[in-house]
Design a protein around this ligand. Structure first.
Ligand SMILES: O=C(O)[C@H]1O[C@H](OP(=O)(O)OP(=O)(O)OC[C@H]2O[C@@H](n3ccc(=O)[nH]c3=O)[C@H](O)[C@@H]2O)[C@H](O)[C@@H](O)[C@@H]1O
Length: 365
């Protein structure tokens, strides 16, 4: 909470003006009905008299892969002021280095399992490791992040009258018995498996979002994110696209986990960010699937990544409860958000490969 102390400067007129501006914005777009139920409690948190943003946005997990791309997009709008809270478990300051020192940007080392108090209009709640090897590393911490972290962010949304978006996951469908997955599908999740800290954690997070919405009138948005790839993924993230690209660049065999016929649908990160912003600024609570419906087996993905015929594919053991198929039905996203992905896998992979090549220091041959 040390980082929050700097917000405790009191500028009463400025705070009044901010609340007035916020009310005007709400009545103009007619969407923020949470405030009609529970007005934001006035807390004197304005920190600068000199910069007037229209929208102050908190991004939890904003130093991570998707989070940092989201921050880039939000910062493009000069009316936005962005605050990132991240504990750097999987995120890095490196991902945000171009914004550090910018007057509309702030970075707080903060773990969402602890409460946070900042005066914001929007909360994008992304914080949680998403790669299976990372979320399974400390499962108790993962479930705390999803449950206590989401409770803390909902508490903040309630207190300051902010709209909150949760990045949930395709993992709420578990090993799906319905294909492709619609939002109406309740899923097939093992509640006591090694992935449960994440998938059941996200399911509870969704429950909390709807309970706060129904009980306290909080404005919520839920995105169910499907597999996402792109520049800035951790090189040793452990997920399949980053593994295959790093292995190909290092001339190592691509490790296809058995049986290799399991499928995933891969969304390029810029499409993902566009979908999240549309969802946040639209009228629907969700849940809404955000993902690319192009479906590939892991063998097909390996073939697409390895250009060099010298690079081999090695079949290796899989991990428990790995979903056998996954593909989003994005009818809702198309109809309600006017969103669909633009970047095809064959166009996105080279962009990610270029980023990995630079970071690994592998010259173009
Ligand atoms: O990429 C994501 O966005 C998703 O990553 C994980 O879900 P998962 O689909 O299991 O992601 P991966 O670890 O990338 O695995 C995908 C498939 O690739 C296979 N795989 C993985 C790694 C590898 O080296 N080789 C390989 O064949 C796995 O067996 C699995 O079938 C997370 O659990 C999701 O929440 C997250 O949305």
């Amino acid at each position: 909470m040390v980082a929050v102390k700097r917000f405790h400067l009191i500028f009463p007129e400025d705070f009044q003006e901010r609340i007035c501006n916020k009310k005007k914005r709400m009545s103009a777009n007619g969407t923020d009905n949470s405030s009609s139920k529970k007005p934001p409690s006035p807390s004197p948190l304005r920190f600068s008299k000199f910069f007037q943003s229209n929208m102050r946005i908190l991004v939890t997990g904003g130093a991570g892969f998707i989070g940092s791309h989201l921050v880039d997009k939000l910062m493009e709008n000069e009316k936005n002021e962005v605050i990132v809270a991240d504990n750097y478990f999987t995120g890095t300051k490196e991902n945000l280095k171009k914004w550090i020192g910018h007057p509309r940007f702030e970075l707080i080392r903060h773990d969402v399992t602890e409460p946070l108090l900042v005066e914001v209009d929007r909360i994008y709640h992304l914080a949680c490791p998403a790669s299976p090897i990372f979320y399974k590393y400390n499962p108790v911490k993962t479930i705390k992040t999803n449950v206590i972290g989401t409770l803390n962010m909902l508490g903040l949304a309630k207190r300051v009258g902010a709209r909150i978006l949760l990045t949930s996951t395709s993992e709420v469908y578990g090993d799906p018995l319905e294909h492709p997955q619609k939002e109406s599908y309740w899923g097939n999740v093992n509640p006591i498996g090694v992935r449960s800290c994440y998938d059941e954690g996200k399911r509870v997070a969704e429950t909390l979002m709807f309970d706060y919405h129904r009980q306290h009138g909080i404005e919520i948005r839920i995105a169910r994110i499907f597999n996402t790839y792109g520049p800035r993924m951790n090189i040793d993230d452990g997920r399949v696209v980053s593994n295959f690209i790093a292995q190909a660049l290092r001339n190592e065999p691509l490790t296809v986990q058995l049986p290799g016929t399991q499928t995933r649908s891969f969304c390029y990160v810029s499409d993902m960010v566009d979908g999240l912003i549309r969802l946040m600024e639209g009228e629907n609570t969700g849940p809404i699937n955000i993902g690319n419906p192009g479906e590939f087996t892991m063998i097909e993905l390996a073939e697409a990544v390895k250009e060099n015929p010298e690079v081999k594919i090695s079949m290796v053991e899989n991990t428990p409860d790995d979903p056998r198929q996954r593909k989003p039905d994005i009818t809702k996203a198309k109809e309600l958000l006017g969103w669909e992905p633009k970047v095809k896998l064959r166009d996105g992979l080279p962009l990610m490969e270029e980023d990995f090549r630079l970071r690994l220091g592998v010259p173009r041959s």
